[in-house]
Design a protein around this ligand. Sequence first.
Ligand SMILES: [Zn+2]
Ligand SMILES: [Zn+2]
Length: 270
Amino acid sequence: MVPEGERGWCDSHCHLDYLVRGGEEASEVVASAREAGVDCMVTIGTRCDRLGELEALSHNFSGVYMSVGQHPCHVAEEGVVSASDLEVLCGGVKVVAVGETGLDYFRTREHKAIQEESFENHMVVARRTGLPLVIHSRSSGDDMLSKVKEGMEEGEMLAIWHCFDGSVAEAERALDMGMMLSFSGILTYKKREDLREIASWVAADRLLLETDSPYLSPEPYRGKTNRPSHVVHTGGVLAGCRGISEASLREILWENTHRIFWRMRGEGMG
Ligand SMILES: [Zn+2]
Ligand SMILES: [Zn+2]
């Protein structure tokens, strides 16, 4: 729980639709998040043909927002969605971001060309709409950063590196380009002192926090199904590495979340 009058936590990246598909009750997941003091969540699009599920979730619950995108690992299966189609889908009432999109070379580089094509389409939409781009990058930091740099040269673009798990050099490059870094439960893992070190010096106005639930549960729930309520555990570790109180961190994260996902400000906070 968060004391009366203080800002709540924000989960900048979760997959409520996956939790529901896994058998969880959406109302219970959202209620337990609220109980834990999480007052806003962005449920992230991974396939355009399943956006209806996200629209229903964001429509049914205040404080739940959504994004529109194609996860790099789903592009081959779904087929590349054009920039103009993505842009139309972004017109939805509670759409606050474009993505997740990006490059994932972890399993295979086989679909590199179509991942790039899809990534470029999302960047076009981020520039046209001004919505922030939610970027997924796995074993692809260098290529991803080069692509985003090119994208930014075409015009102004807001960008978030979700589930940041990169090196010092990658963090520095991303920050130089104006990107936000979003930290997930990986921050709580015992061996990831390197990531906690980076999280300790990132400029305060570039920080975001996320669960990526149902994946990447933070300690002490590692290995179990993740839920938005668990963001408080990652938040506790982040506050610890920065040497600030959880209340001050929540204040910073709330401001950052509502600045980057600027469409949240146009709607009742709930
Ligand atoms: Zn991702
Ligand atoms: Zn995700």
